[in-house]
Design a protein around this ligand. Structure first.
Ligand code: GDP
Length: 418
């Protein structure tokens, strides 16, 4: 049961973007941050040149996505509902395995980016296995559809064969390589054509005749996969009834959250507006903090554990997951709040270090600004200024609460296939 106080959490998505090096993680993240920032603060941008300039400037100044967690806002296309999408930086390189593991603990869902010309590469496989161990629901993005050698089929078959996962294509590319023209949304049966090279404009149309058979075949497979995880849909399927878009999305969402289905999207991160469809899929298929199992904590001097459901009115439970040195404000401790509310100026108990610590100021990091806030609530991520002793992996609880350590999952080193 969701209480009134928890309601805001249904519109939260805490996600990571994971990829093999060079597959396009940075580009995808930058485009998401740029596009969410722009649409939220300034309004629609139709000028492709301005988009590129902004990106280049940011890149030169080196200030993009340096935050361990960035808060973006996204209005689901076709609705008025605004969502908070927190993007948690997941280091892509195997050398940072421990950091990847740590980031896996603070996200609720992930986007796995693949290079369509390469399929599933070794590092992607490693990160995929880590996400499996942490039970992280995923969607996949078959990027670089415009690149020579790009093949959506290659990515789909690699996901099945190398990762042993049920790939459920929810999109289909129109053309590939130089001829890549846009994407068909298989669920909603609409075509999205890029009308300029940068993809800053997309025209939505009916599915072109030449793709009708292919899309019908893929949609039938999608419904079959969704029926496997949803009884109502299975009944409809057996009776030959066509599910509504809402029913199909709900069943795919359920399957994704249960990690039985992995929706696969395609496109090019270089087409700026292409990330619109990716963000919509994040909203449609990845879980809110209320839909993932509550984090567990180990009670001191006992074998017992306790749970911290995502509730701003519950007891404080937060995890420090990254410390960064900031030239202006000094030590920034990035935290995820699982339960309760962290107040600026309050005292917390660092259960890992057995120390009482004072919380100074609290910040939410946006793509190109920082917002000072007075509190961070359950489900939120942000940075704390003023914590002197907290290190990565430390548990923060309420001052005076019984000592509890958030469960540190004992993860063996992954076997890296070369
Ligand atoms: P990362 O290492 O995964 O973060 O990859 P980057 O985002 O830095 O991308 C690696 C290279 O691939 C860069 O030169 C990007 O410009 C390029 N790239 C990213 N996305 C696309 C795409 O959709 N199409 C093409 N052709 N190149 C891309």
């Amino acid at each position: 049961m969701t209480t009134k106080a928890q309601q805001y959490l249904t519109h939260f998505r805490n996600i990571g973007i994971a990829a093999h090096i060079d597959a396009g993680k940075t580009t995808t993240t930058e485009r998401i941050l740029y596009y969410t920032g722009r649409t939220h603060n300034i309004g629609e941008v139709h000028d492709g040149a301005a988009t590129m300039d902004w990106m280049e400037q940011e890149r030169e100044r080196g200030i993009t996505i340096t935050a361990a967690a960035t808060t973006a806002k996204w209005k689901r296309s076709g609705t008025d509902q605004e969502y908070v999408v927190n993007i948690i930086d997941t280091p892509g390189h195997v050398d940072f395995t421990i950091e990847v593991e740590r980031s896996m603990r603070v996200l609720d869902g992930a986007v796995a980016v693949f290079d369509s010309s390469q399929g599933v590469e070794p590092q992607s496989e490693t990160v995929w296995r880590q996400a499996d161990r942490y039970g992280v629901p995923r969607i996949a993005f078959s990027n670089k559809m415009d690149k020579t050698g790009a093949s959506f089929e290659l990515v789909l078959s690699d996901i099945k064969e190398r990762l042993g996962a049920v790939a459920a294509p929810v999109q289909y590319p129109m053309g590939a390589e130089n001829e890549f023209k846009g994407i068909i949304d298989i669920v909603r049966q609409r075509a999205h054509f890029y009308t300029n090279d940068l993809g800053t404009d997309i025209e939505e149309t009916d599915i072109p005749a030449e793709y009708l058979d292919k899309v019908a075949e893929m949609r039938a497979q999608l419904i079959e996969a969704a029926a496997e995880v949803d009884e109502d849909l299975m009944m409809m399927y057996l009776e030959g009834e066509e599910p509504s878009v809402e029913q199909l999305v709900a069943a795919l969402r359920k399957g994704t959250i249960e990690k039985r289905i992995f929706p696969v999207l395609c496109g090019s991160a270089l087409k700026n507006k292409g990330v619109q469809l990716l963000l919509d899929a994040v909203i449609d298929y990845l879980p809110s903090p209320l839909e993932v199992p509550a984090i567990k904590g180990k009670i001191e001097d006992s074998e017992d554990t306790t749970e911290f459901p995502a509730d701003p009115e519950g007891k404080l439970a937060a995890l420090a997951f990254k410390i960064m040195a900031d030239p202006y404000v000094g030590r920034l401790t990035f935290v995820r709040i699982y339960s309760g509310t962290l107040q600026s100026g309050s005292y917390v108990y660092n259960a890992s270090k057995e120390k009482r610590e004072r919380v100074g100021r609290l910040l939410k990091m946006h793509a190109n600004s920082r917002e000072e806030v007075t509190e961070l609530k359950a489900g939120e991520l942000g940075a704390v200024i003023g914590l002197k002793d907290a290190g990565t992996g430390n548990t923060l609880i309420g001052d005076g609460d019984d000592k509890v350590l958030l469960e540190s999952i004992d993860v063996p080193e992954p076997v890296i296939k070369l």
